[in-house]
Design a binder for this molecule. Structure first.
Ligand code: PLP
Length: 397
């Protein structure tokens, strides 16, 4: 990490690796020419293993929210019954998009901090039938909770086999394993500024054969976001409208880095960073917000203690170069979030813990110097399969 750069620990946009930054500065090319076609093909092919699909993926120049909107308007018709399972503010947003376009949305609201319970989903699908789609959030960034998508999808398959399963994995995909085909998920959305270590600007949307077929009869209005236009244009090595070319360069490089590390390595690094973040925050005396059985591996949330002046504390963190995210919606002022996705190393998490420790001690909080860094280090080692005792032994040897 460049010591003159802030440690940007928000859950996206993430910092950019140096090579990603460099390619983003390249000269423009003809987006209707052969060079772009080769790059687009490489990006779409390179992403497929992370989606866990062999289906077609559309790359759309839009924020993640545009990707969610594309998932809705391409597969549904006004009046369609939709079940919006929400565990936080992004689940609420997904349901709101469907409602905006005229779907008849029933919300299944889960207490924030918890994951959706397959048994509760089962009960809802037994009570009500006729849903055309179920909306799920894979990684709820606002609460730092990761939903058990395979279990939830299995319940939908059993009780509402005709319902499409649309998944927001904007802040999960690429950082944790996802098996769209094996789990029977119909649409998955991700965004360039998260695990792909690139600037914001692109949403990638994969659709199952069933979802592509649904697009032929769905009647919600769409033009820019018509995924069939994107798919057909991609087949010719292009995008239907002028794409964010500089971000495509970046995602291409991001995927190259991920391939060089290997998917298993990427996932293990995220798991270790998450374990380190959780252990370090607990050692600092913070209470983690999420039900830890479903803790996110890309972001960690902690409650702001009653006796902490968050504004002053956060101001000090910023002054020392650590940038955290606050709470969203009804959690504003109640929690803070530390992002660990995409371009993140264990060393950066240890650096964040060091700043948190320094600031805590400076503000008179009862924290032992080194405690959070040590706890985070041990958790990361254990996550990588090195037990702390063995590590201490190795260090002494
Ligand atoms: N869904 C989730 C889970 C997110 O974390 C985000 C962004 O943080 C979005 C959707 C929306 O993405 P964007 O801000 O790019 O529209």
């Amino acid at each position: 990490m460049d010591r003159f750069e802030p440690n940007l620990r928000i859950p996206g946009p993430t910092g950019l690796p140096p090579s990603v930054r460099e390619v983003g500065a390249h000269q423009m090319i003809n987006h209707r020419g052969p060079e772009f076609a080769v790059m687009l093909e490489r990006v779409l092919t390179g992403m497929k293993p992370f989606f866990g699909t062999t289906s077609d993926i559309a790359m759309v120049t839009t924020a993640g929210t545009g990707g969610l909107e594309a998932a809705v308007v391409n597969t549904l018709s006004p009046g369609d019954r939709v079940l919006g399972v929400s565990i936080g503010s992004f689940g609420d947003r997904f349901a709101k998009i469907a409602r905006t376009y005229g779907a008849d949305v029933t919300k299944l609201d889960v207490e924030w901090g918890q994951a959706a319970d397959p048994a509760v989903l089962r009960a809802e699908l037994q009570r009500e039938s006729g849903y055309k789609a179920v909306l799920l959030t894979h990684n709820e960034t606002s609460t730092a909770v990761m939903n058990p998508i395979p279990e939830l999808a299995a319940v939908v398959h059993e009780l509402a086999p005709d319902a499409l399963i649309l998944v927001d994995s904007v802040s999960g995909l690429g950082a944790v394993p996802f098996e769209m085909d094996a789990w029977g998920v119909d649409v998955v959305v991700t965004g360039s500024q998260k695990a792909w270590m690139s600037a914001p600007g692109l949403a990638m949307i994969a659709a199952s054969p069933r979802a592509w077929a649904a697009m032929e009869t769905a009647t919600m209005p769409r033009f820019y976001l018509d995924l069939r236009a994107h798919r057909d244009s991609h087949a010719a090595g292009q995008t239907p409208w002028t794409p964010a070319v500089a971000v495509v360069y970046q995602v291409d490089e991001g995927i190259r880095l991920m391939q060089a590390e290997g998917a298993a390595g990427v996932f293990a690094r995220h798991e270790a960073c998450a374990a380190a973040a959780r252990a370090g925050l607990v050692a600092l005396g913070f209470e983690l917000f999420a039900d830890q059985r479903f803790a996110s591996r890309t972001v960690t949330a902690a409650r702001v203690p009653d006796d902490l002046d968050w504004k002053a504390f956060n101001g000090e963190l910023k002054r020392r170069g650590l940038i955290l995210a606050g709470g969203q919606g009804k959690l504003a002022g109640k929690i803070f979030r530390l992002g660990h996705l995409g371009s993140v190393t264990v060393e950066e998490i240890l650096g964040a813990m060091s700043v948190l420790e320094f600031t805590s001690i400076g503000m008179g909080r009862a924290v032992r110097p080194g405690a959070a860094v040590a706890a985070a280090q041990v958790a990361a080692l254990e996550s990588f399969g090195v037990t702390a005792v063995a590590a201490v032994g190795a260090a002494r040897a």
